[in-house]
Design a protein around this ligand. Structure first.
Ligand SMILES: C[S@@+](CC[C@H](N)C(=O)[O-])C[C@H]1O[C@@H](n2cnc3c(N)ncnc32)[C@H](O)[C@@H]1O
Length: 341
């Protein structure tokens, strides 16, 4: 999955700037329009009003930089006092994507800068907000299967049969499945395992947990916030999820072959928010909110839209797309953790 998405030559996210958006393979809240960025700007600005001095807004997974552009535009126009205090930092390990972001953000100049990884922020840490939209679902996962005869988990690997990629059980994999599941917050008592169907699939992403822990440690004061589709660990254990949540996307539809055309389709799995909540709390953060995207955006709308500042028709249409269960309102969750003392 890592090679298919991030190989510098052939990886999906290295090749297609236009993958996100109506003309691409999938739509995100950012591609609906600038309302999402404007609402996040209002929320982040109000968080940053709680303290004085310079603040950092750190975004990871910025892709072509469109969310950064929407946020910076909104904060400059509507919260100039905060704009003066911001340095906007994009965490971007890829040279290619950094070039896309630089072209999108060239109008903003000084307050914007780039780092390769969170570790580059170590010296001063972050006072402000570290955030991402649809980053964690793009981290590589391990795909685990339940062997009901041996009563243990095994890892699925990818093998080659002639010219075809095929799924293969890796019975001698060094990956410690049970340990990884426990660390990710899956509780699998023997009574549950006794009735778990053979081949039941769960995905784990130790990389996601590590990333969140590193981000939590980097936060000196402020909020760590992510928006993504996913659920709590126990919600992965339901009959309709027996095949797991790993999916491929191409041209706005879910693909039926995860191993087809690597590098030409997106691969993504639901985020296990229990894992993130735990990692953040273990690093000393407090969980402030874990809510649906409609709840989160509605609470901002109640403050931004008033009798004196009612929404326009296009704004209402964007809001509906972001919150309606048939669009982006059903699966998306917002996790906010903080360190305020
Ligand atoms: C699904 S796209 C989301 C794009 C954008 N945030 C949006 O909402 O439209 C996920 C992005 O995360 C990037 N990404 C994956 N791992 C990353 C990492 N460790 N650091 C920064 N970006 C990463 C991918 O390359 C891709 O551009």
């Amino acid at each position: 999955m890592e090679l298919a998405l991030y190989c510098p030559k052939t990886g999906y996210y290295e090749r297609f700037r236009e993958s996100v958006g109506r003309r691409g393979d999938f739509v995100t809240s950012v591609s609906v329009g600038d309302l999402f960025g404007r609402f996040l700007a209002a929320q982040f600005a109000s968080w940053c009003e709680e303290f004085s001095g310079p603040v950092r807004w750190v975004e990871a997974g910025a892709h072509d930089g469109q969310l950064a552009c929407d946020l910076l535009g909104a904060v400059r126009d509507r919260h100039p006092g905060i704009f003066e205090r911001i340095s906007y930092i994009l965490v971007e390990p890829s040279e290619t994507r950094r070039a896309w972001q630089q072209s999108t953000l060239k109008a903003y100049g000084n307050p914007v800068r780039w780092v390769n990884s969170l570790a580059d922020l170590q010296a001063d840490g972050v006072t402000g907000v570290i955030f991402s939209n649809e980053l964690i679902d793009a981290f590589p996962i391990h795909r685990l299967g339940w062997d009901s005869v041996r009563r243990r988990w095994f890892e699925w690997g990818v093998g080659l049969d002639g010219e075809q990629f095929v799924w293969q059980r890796m019975l001698d994999s060094a990956f410690r499945c049970e340990e990884a599941l426990e660390r990710a917050g899956f509780v699998l008592p023997s009574e549950l395992c006794a009735v778990l169907p053979d081949g039941y699939i769960l995905e784990v992403s130790p990389e996601a947990g590590d990333w969140w822990r590193d981000a939590a440690k980097m936060l000196r004061r402020g909020r760590l916030c992510t928006i993504d589709y996913g659920m709590l660990a126990e919600q992965f254990l339901t009959p309709e999820r027996r095949d797991g949540t790993l999916r491929s996307y191409r041209r706005q539809s879910v693909g039926n072959d995860l191993l087809a055309t690597p590098g030409e389709q997106d691969l993504t799995a639901h985020v296990n928010f229990t894992q993130l909540i735990r990692e953040g709390e273990n690093a000393g953060l407090k969980t402030e909110a874990f809510v649906s995207q409609p709840e989160f955006l509605s609470s901002i709308a109640r403050r931004v839209w008033t009798d004196f500042n009612p929404p326009s028709g296009p704004e209402i249409r964007q809001f509906q797309a972001l919150t309606h269960p048939e669009h982006l309102g059903r699966a998306f969750r917002v996790l906010v953790q903080s360190r305020l003392a």
